[in-house]
Design a protein around this ligand. Structure first.
Ligand SMILES: [Zn+2]
Length: 305
């Protein structure tokens, strides 16, 4: 499933092909993806200029000259192919993919600059919708989303405010999209490891009773932002030419420090412990039992006044 950094990489890959271009023609090849396409989808897009391409959590948001926004979500297996000047590339493709069968090309945008942007989605959990710009934040897609983890709003203070008094495990709180939007299993495991926090620790333990951030909250905020931005940077350098038969692994998968490394030696120099896996809410969490001890965050940090 594409995670936040991949979606941001897709956005950066689509931006030069789409922004400033007019949509000359749209091929819509089926009535639905996860949901039905909105009414008059093709007519509402045709002739519109794409004036901007933004992102909120894992939604891509194409601003149109009509005042509507084309809302796009990649779901489990969605991806875009950009064909321009006879070359095709797939922005944001970090992982092994099940080929690029054109039977799964569901929407094709033909742009005035000659680019062709194809949406391919084998499992069809993706989504496309059209929403008036003024109603975007209150639309069902975005209205319940928590704060944006790649932006400056994610701070120790914000985490303390969101997690204060919560008994839920840290891992579950971080995956709760109403608190922080767009974090998935991989990057939560990685950020907790880097911050030295146990995934089963109570979320509320990162805040004082008064709702102030402990040092662990600041550390976690920093590591979330770091792990995501490093991933976006890594993704940017993998915007590579795409061959139809390519099923090779994106190198980014190799740089995870704990994710999917059960039984391997911890990446921390001198640690020597073995990475473990535990299952929380039906999903795997990977952690180092030595670097991420279940001790009170108070005990392991120096109080700051
Ligand atoms: Zn370790």
């Amino acid at each position: 499933m594409p995670e936040l950094p991949e979606v941001e990489t897709v956005r950066r890959g689509l931006e030069p092909a789409m922004v400033g271009a007019r949509i000359d023609k749209v091929e819509q090849r089926r009535p639905d993806l996860r949901f039905r396409f909105p009414k008059r989808f093709v007519a509402r897009l045709t002739g519109q200029e794409v004036v901007g391409l933004g992102r909120r959590a894992k939604y891509l948001l194409a601003d149109l000259s009509s005042g509507e926004v084309l809302v796009m979500h990649l779901g489990m297996s969605g991806r875009f192919l950009v064909t321009q000047g006879g070359r095709t590339r797939v922005p944001g493709e970090f992982h092994a993919e099940a080929g690029g069968e054109s039977a799964h090309d569901h929407v094709v945008f033909h742009l005035s600059n000659g680019a062709r942007v194809t949406y391919n989605d084998a499992r069809r959990f993706g989504l496309m919708d059209l929403v008036p710009r003024a109603e975007l934040d209150t639309s069902p897609h975005l209205c319940d989303l928590g704060l944006e983890p790649l932006g400056n709003e994610l701070s120790g203070e914000a985490i303390a405010r969101l997690f204060r008094g919560k008994r839920a495990p840290l891992k579950a709180a971080l995956l709760d999209q109403r608190l922080i939007a767009g974090l998935g299993n991989i990057y939560v495991s990685e950020a907790l490891f880097r911050a030295g926090l146990h995934p089963e620790a109570a979320a509320g333990s990162l805040a004082t009773a008064a709702g102030k951030p402990r040092e662990s909250a600041r550390r976690l905020a920093e590591e979330i932002r770091a792990v995501l931005s490093e991933a976006v940077e890594a993704g940017g350098s993998t915007l590579r030419d795409y061959a139809k038969t390519d099923g090779s692994l994106g190198y980014f998968q190799h740089s995870f420090r704990v994710y999917d490394r059960e039984g391997e030696r911890c990446a921390t120099e001198g640690c020597g412990a073995t990475v473990r896996r535990l299952v929380q809410s039906g999903r795997s969490t990977f952690y180092c039992p030595r670097c991420q001890r279940r001790r009170s965050p108070v005990a392991r940090t120096v109080p700051l006044g």
